[in-house]
Design a binder for this molecule. Structure first.
Ligand code: FAD
Ligand code: NAD
Length: 456
């Protein structure tokens, strides 16, 4: 018999975005049902951020293959309870472990139940995009969903795609002892500042990773243990295993969006600035919303919609203050505009303040001088920051605060940073912005001269 469940909020998908909405909404007094068809915690915990960062750490620490994979499993197991059905039950969320599909603009079917909710949230995430490369369907290949369960160590891992997944996994596997070839159709780490990305790529090449750029995979052949990838210009790369990491595909196929009047796009689901879909009672957040695809973005989206969903207040997303980092060694971090984007948008109004880690005393003392920060400044305010070097992903946090709150460079310069810390480079970049204004300015010299003459 069909059971009808009537709630304030129905969240579809128990990953980074869905769990944040569900826990926030229930703790603020809404009745919440959460549907998760596969693993609680979604991609980030099970196949994404968590295993990839654990594997990178294990590889950097010199662990062997088996220990590294044990560390990955242990890391997931330690974090898992936080995302578990038990925890959410305890918070008062009704968790249903099955896939949901719309049957009307206001109803979702899950198993034998029908859920009627005042608001629905689609947080169904994304899956690895597998491109229609001839031959790919006939060879065994890995994606982020199978890579971390690989029992045997690849002798030679071929990776199609030089984005963050490709480059992080290239370094992890190289450091674990595999040969690695990255086959990238355009430029590796192409969403980042090319000057800073080049430093990462140099280091990775120095560690023995072959990074083939302008190499669009056109055909795949072979069998287990002997796989060939031929690229558009005829070059052929051979390895024992193949990882496909060429971007993501939104998880919408199970949702029956049409029944709810929800319009899809090529990248996912069509949303407005308040993350509402074409059905005003339904929001879409995280990877499925088709914008930047990061866990912290899914979490940010959750906050944006809770405001409008629970309090009826206007609430819009921004994208100009979203940071990201790639956790290779060295790390690469970005927020706001890159230099090229800022130049295109602001022309001569742009000033770029730089500082090299080589000028930082802690970096010298700890032999970590290969790094630099670039701050794109317009009218005294940062509009973008790029950092490469050890800890870049941590250092971008300060600039995330600055860009979120439209702070001025003078406020960064006014900060007193403990000496000697690597993160002083941010303050020094602000200093580099002001020093020509102070030290090369004849007016400053004239005023100081005058004041010195009259001071008692
Ligand atoms: C290898 C890798 C490394 C990454 N590293 C990072 C990183 O370091 N930092 C970072 O910020 N981001 C990283 N990401 C991206 C990050 O994992 C995603 O942006 C994030 O998980 C998106 O969260 P989400 O809630 O939108 O989707 P997900 O976390 O994928 O959750 C969606 C959930 O919905 C469920 N679902 C789907 N359809 C239905 C349905 N019809 N009914 C019920 N349930 C359904 C799925 O089973 C899934 O559990 C990485 C991704 C990968 C692949
Ligand atoms: N550190 C992090 O925050 C982190 C880490 C991993 C993944 N992620 C998230 O996951 C998303 C997906 O990552 P990704 O690396 O799969 O995707 P991506 O879109 O960032 O990079 C894919 C790369 O594959 C290349 N490519 C596409 N088709 C190709 C072909 N036929 N032959 C050769 N190269 C081809 C593209 O030019 C591109 O450089 C990222 O955009 C990011 O949002 C984040």
């Amino acid at each position: 018999m069909v059971k009808r469940i009537i709630v304030d909020v129905c969240v579809i998908g128990g990953g980074s975005g869905g769990l944040s909405v569900a826990s926030g909404a229930v703790q603020m007094g809404a009745s919440v049902v959460l549907l998760e068809g596969h693993k609680m915690g979604g991609d980030c915990l099970n196949y994404g951020c968590v295993p990839s960062k654990a594997l990178l750490h294990a590889a950097k620490s010199g662990m062997g293959w088996d220990d590294a994979h044990a560390h990955v499993r242990q890391t997931i197991a330690t974090i898992e309870p936080h995302d578990s059905v038990e925890r959410f039950d305890g918070l008062g969320v009704r968790v249903i472990q099955d896939y949901g599909r719309f049957i009307s603009p206001t109803e979702v079917e899950v198993g034998d139940d029908v859920i009627e909710a005042r608001r629905f949230v689609i947080a169904t995430g994304s899956s690895p995009f597998v491109p229609p490369i001839p031959g790919l369907d006939k060879v065994p290949y890995l994606t982020n969903e199978t890579l971390f369960d690989l029992e045997e160590q690849p002798k030679h891992l071929l990776i199609i795609g030089g984005g963050p997944i490709g480059m992080e996994m290239a370094q992890a596997h190289r450091r674990l002892g595999s040969k690695v070839t990255v086959i990238e159709g355009a430029k590796a780490l192409g969403k980042d500042d090319p000057e800073l990305a080049a430093q990462v790529l140099d280091v990775l090449r120095g560690e023995g990773i072959a990074i083939e750029e302008e190499a669009l995979a056109a055909e795949v052949r072979g069998k287990v243990g002997a796989i060939e990838v031929e690229v558009k210009d005829g070059r052929v790369f051979t390895g024992t295993h193949l990882l496909v990491a060429v971007g993501r595909k939104a998880n919408t196929e199970k949702l029956n969006l049409k029944a709810a009047g929800i319009e899809p796009t090529r990248a996912g689901i069509k949303v407005d600035d308040s993350l509402r879909t074409t059905n005003r009672k339904v929001y879409a957040i995280g990877d499925v919303a088709g914008g930047l695809q990061f866990t912290h973005v899914a979490g940010y989206h959750a906050g944006v919609i809770i405001r409008s969903m629970l309090f009826g207040l206007p609430s819009k997303q921004r994208t100009d203050h979203i940071p990201w980092a790639t956790y290779t060694s060295p790390e690469l971090a970005q927020i706001g505009l890159t230099e090229a984007e800022a130049r295109e948008k602001h022309g001569d109004g742009l000033e770029v303040a730089r500082f090299d880690f080589a000028g930082n005393d802690r970096a010298i003392a700890t032999q970590q001088t290969d790094g630099r920060i670039k701050v794109m400044v317009v009218k005294g305010r940062p509009v973008g920051v790029s950092i490469v070097g050890p800890g870049a992903g941590e250092m971008i946090n300060l600039w995330a605060l600055a860009l979120a709150n439209n702070l001025k460079m003078s406020q960064i310069a006014a900060m007193v940073a403990p000496y000697p810390t690597m993160a002083e480079v941010s303050k020094r970049a602000a200093g580099a912005y002001f020093s020509p204004r102070l030290f090369d300015n004849p007016w400053v010299k004239r005023i100081v001269g005058l004041v010195q003459r009259v001071l008692p």
